[in-house]
Write a protein that binds this ligand. Structure first.
Ligand code: ADP
Ligand code: MG
Length: 345
């Protein structure tokens, strides 16, 4: 998925998670795994005495998790040559195209958020993402011509993707429509792993992929899991600590993945209305939701809309959301009423 600059920030995020998880308590039942996936890293904590004691069980859980994650990449990574998404994008056919159930589920969730956000989240943004140099195709110049932009923008409209859940198939109305699920696939990966761990009989765990998190039950101190939300400046500082009660949190920001040219910062978040990287003062958005797929999708949608419109969407959807906005005097926070109930600082 998205590789540039991401690792550094993921490491910062992980450091925060580890700091928060390392207070004294009963650590004799805390099992931790980590690895890499989707061009970033993942980390998982499971609280369970039996799992802690059995090396074999631990190894088998980790290996299943790794294979589930590579399954998600095989479905949704535009960076992988033979993934479902790459084959669909390469297809010059506008007939129904068979995909996995997971794939249709993610499309359906994304389309719901596109409707709710009036197209701010738009999975057909792929041609634009590539044009601005944030996709798998090489683009040395990075600033596309107006002509190329116009063409790519004409292919960006989520309504050109149709899905049939029963038949597990999708269809594009124009052959050059190119879909990109990077805004939501990490969140889906988190849900996929969480559901698997839960289904294996564990109730207390934390799953994180590249900063998107889902918590279940309690931590090793028998408290709700606490998550640090970073100050969006690439530092180690924590802006807010929230407790997650069987919920997920996803963060989108303009500080993790971007390039700079002539003093201008170009973010990897594209506004489908302009076809250009967002250009506003919203530095970071964190969305809490009961599942991480929707949290991830809404975080991107709100990041596209910016501090005012994004806040309105969060209010309309009654979402717990923290916005961190850049001002001349530094960062300021904007919280929805639902978010205020969560944080402890
Ligand atoms: P992060 O990976 O930093 O958590 P996001 O979840 O916001 O970021 O996903 C950003 C990625 O989604 C971009 O790299 C791009 O591939 C894709 N994208 C960019 N703009 C949009 C958009 N408006 N709608 C859907 N996907 C987008
Ligand atoms: Mg997202």
């Amino acid at each position: 998925m998205v590789y540039k600059l991401k690792l550094i920030n993921t490491l910062l995020f992980l450091t925060l998670l580890f700091l928060l998880g390392c207070s004294p308590g009963n650590k004799n039942n805390l099992v931790e795994f980590s690895g890499s996936t989707m061009g970033t890293t993942y980390s998982i904590k499971v609280i369970d005495e039996n799992l802690f004691q059995s090396k074999l069980k631990k190894e088998s859980l980790k290996s299943t998790i790794d294979s589930l994650l590579s399954g998600v990449n095989n479905q949704m990574s535009t960076w992988q040559k033979d993934s479902e998404i790459t084959l669909f994008n390469a297809s010059k056919n506008t007939d129904w195209f068979n995909v996995s159930n997971d794939f249709v589920y993610v499309i359906e969730e994304a389309q719901k958020i596109s409707e709710a956000s009036n197209g701010a989240l738009d999975i057909t943004v792929g041609q634009l993402v590539n044009l601005w140099g944030f996709g798998p195709t090489i683009n040395d110049d990075n600033i596309p011509s107006d002509e190329l932009l116009k063409k790519a923008k004409s292919l960006c409209n989520y309504k050109m993707i149709l899905f049939d859940k029963e038949k597990a198939s999708i269809r594009k109305e124009l052959e050059d429509v190119y879909i990109d699920l990077s805004s939501i696939a990490k969140g889906f990966g988190v849900d996929k792993i969480s559901n698997y761990i839960k289904g294996s009989g564990y109730n207390n765990f934390l799953v994180e992929i590249g900063g998107e998190v889902r918590a279940s039950g309690k931590n090793h101190l028998n408290e709700l899991w606490k998550i640090g939300i970073s100050v969006p400046d690439g530092s180690f500082d924590i802006q807010k600590i929230i407790s997650l009660d069987n919920a997920a949190v996803a963060t989108s920001g303009d500080y993790r993945n971007y390039f700079e040219k002539n003093g201008i910062r170009y973010s990897h978040t594209i506004d489908p209305r302009t076809g250009r990287p967002i250009n506003h003062s919203l530095a970071s958005v964190s969305v809490v939701y009961d599942n991480c797929t929707a949290a991830d999708g809404f975080a991107t949608a709100i990041e596209v809309l910016g501090p005012e419109e994004g806040y309105k969407l969060a209010l309309k959807e009654k979402l717990p959301v923290l916005l961190i906005v850049k001002t001349d005097k530094g960062f300021i926070e904007k919280m929805t009423p639902e978010f205020k109930k969560l944080f402890k600082n």
